[in-house]
Ligand binder design. Structure first.
Ligand code: FES
Length: 137
């Protein structure tokens, strides 16, 4: 299951114009992904080009119980670098983050957070949501 929620306003997220890196930090190892603007969005889950889309396409597993339609908070991550280059956090995302554990100023729902590529982005996956290596991809 996956996609976008047609009943909420979609954030205005410009496509990246140059390559940038997304680093996913976990307790096993960091995963650095070079994002080629010609290849995003990947069409996985969540908003096109979102951190969740990037993660899943590159074998970084982040829980996403609702399939990226802003109906859960299981894709909660911390954007610790490059947050200013990410799409605005809409009210629907903030409402779901209110239900998430250990919310911080850097908290985002990875399915709703779309970087514009102006700088590299670092993402910390909360300890309860770490499963960095997906088998068979
Ligand atoms: Fe449910 Fe992101 S996967 S809100």
């Amino acid at each position: 299951m996956g996609g976008t929620n047609p009943y909420i306003r979609q954030p205005n997220a410009p496509k990246p114009k140059k390559a940038y890196k997304v680093t996913f930090k976990g307790d096993v190892k960091d995963v650095v992904i070079e994002v080629d603007p010609a290849k995003v969005p990947y069409g996985e889950t969540g908003l096109p080009g979102s951190l969740l889309d990037i993660a899943l396409h590159n074998g970084v597993e982040i829980d996403h119980a609702c399939g990226g339609v802003v109906a859960c908070s299981t894709c909660h991550v911390y954007v610790t670098q490059g947050a200013q280059t990410c799409s605005f956090s809409e009210d629907s995302e903030q409402d779901m983050l209110d239900l998430a554990p250990d919310v911080r100023p850097s908290s985002r729902l990875s399915c709703q957070c779309v970087p514009n590529g102006d700088s590299d982005v670092t993402v910390e996956i909360p300890s309860w949501n770490r499963n960095l290596v997906r088998e068979g991809k």
